[in-house]
Design a protein around this ligand. Sequence first.
Ligand code: AMP
Length: 449
Amino acid sequence: MTFQDLKLNTPLYNALDDLGFTNPTPIQAEAFNVVASGSDVVGIAQTGTGKTFAYMLPILRGLKYSEQESPRVLVMVPTRELVVQVVDEIEKLAKYINVRVLGVYGGVNINAQKRAVAEGIDIIVATPGRLYDLAVSRVLQLKTIQKLVIDEVDVMLDLGFRHQLINIFDILPERRQNIMFSATMTEDVDALINDFFIAPKRVSIAVSGTPLENIDQHKYAVPNFYTKLNLLKEILKDTETFNKVLIFVGFKKMADRLFDALDENFHDELCVIHSNKTQNYRLRSIEQFRAGDNRILVATDVMARGLDIDNVSHVINFDTPNFPENYMHRIGRTGRAEREGKSILFYTEKEQEALERIEGLMQMTIPEIEFPENVAISTDLLEEERPQILERNNPLKLRDEDAPGSAFHEKKEKNSKENLGGSYKFKIAAKYKKPKTRGDKNYNKRNKK
Ligand code: AMP
């Protein structure tokens, strides 16, 4: 396929010629018509696949010349570096188009950005915090936005921007096209899609279910976290074989927990990256691991993607990822450049289904290694591993108030109310004989009679 097949226009063809690009990348070919159709789109693609042009080509082709001051296209990205990079890409592509592009991000003086906004823009590329500040200052009008792009959603949510995103959705017009790109599917991304997108079309470069042949995969059935820890420690003792080990976990809380638990035995050899660590900390960890100063790196899926580190001897999946694509990305961190790579997966009974999805995608069964006899099986359980349902008629049953099971997790009565919206608010207002919220203008009217 060439760009000629995409029915672009002359200014775009000329810009692509200048760049020396003749063929769309797979995600560009896949996304073009879907984005152009105007429906909501969820694209799964990693950095480096040409994803920026995948959404910008159809947007720029459809964007008419306008002198309107407020923007029609909003691109949100998680970091200032990405703002700069995306603006740069758009400018290259829009070289022969009369379109005003502006990048805004936090950490710098807002006034210069306010002035730039006031001059009039078509496309704004922004980090969520600064965008929101500009919008509430009323300099930036967002009611004219027709297309919203959220790039690197997984990173955005991992950095804790969910609330900021929702605040921004609130001030955008309801009728708009939502376009979202993410490198990994996570539970958080999935939830955001379900909550805010209307029948989104999914585009992705099919994650190959065929793992590289040079990656040797194995799995262990392990009953729980503490036993996984015992097994991991045993494995890591062999410093010669396990000389550069990348350990994956799904969540940052688990990354911290594992890091703390390994610290006692492997203090000098250990580093960690996840999104609650500062950018400097993350870069330092990666560098120490890359250089071989630290033998072991604990990482979350979102933060470790795109990590291009040579000679990783082993990838250890401390947990079993829910989305099989994530497993493919994880094991792809080893066995790079034709070298032999090794991957080990720990799975519990609860993770069995996720394991089956992974094996289904690869159409192979990962060979199992018998649990080593010299490793202690722990009966200690993490809070979340404990059974949630108490046995009935158990003579040893704890009194309800001491029980750690389901009752413990039950919401307190006062918290268990559903969100009843207005009527509940009114009931409270009536009960306390005054409006609970200052802005309830109808309160007096309702209570006059
Ligand atoms: P991205 O995934 O958007 O970060 O893009 C990665 C790099 O690929 C950028 O430097 C783009 O300029 C470049 N690129 C985008 N589309 C193409 C294409 N069709 N052919 C060659 N390079 C491309």
